[in-house]
Write a protein that binds this ligand. Sequence first.
Ligand SMILES: *[C@@H]1O[C@H](CO)[C@@H](O)[C@H](O)[C@H]1NC(C)=O
Ligand SMILES: [Zn+2]
Length: 102
Amino acid sequence: MGWAKLVWHPSCISKHALYLWLAILGALRTLDKLSHLGILPSACCMFNCGGNESVDHLFFAFPYTQHIWIEVLSKCNIYRQILCWPEEVQWMADHARGNKPP
Ligand SMILES: *[C@@H]1O[C@H](CO)[C@@H](O)[C@H](O)[C@H]1NC(C)=O
Ligand SMILES: [Zn+2]
């Protein structure tokens, strides 16, 4: 549970914390899950990029959102390759100091 301090910290915004928590638990209702449950016929990403929508795709693998994440990291003077979602969470947990996000 090294990630708990990333989600719940004194300056967190509750709505953001909730979504981050759901994403870490793999509980966000992305199209891949809805299609797996038979609720939707396809998990095809709505941006027509050819991929399936998952947390990893939506926030990290899709070029537009990947660009946003690269920008956020560069504002923190961090220059590195984007990892997959579980590795990003681990990386953040390893690099967070005290009870504040980096
Ligand atoms: C998307 O999901 C479908 C059904 O699970 C699968 O058959 C297809 O190969 C996937 N496409 C990609 C690009 O991963
Ligand atoms: Zn896509």
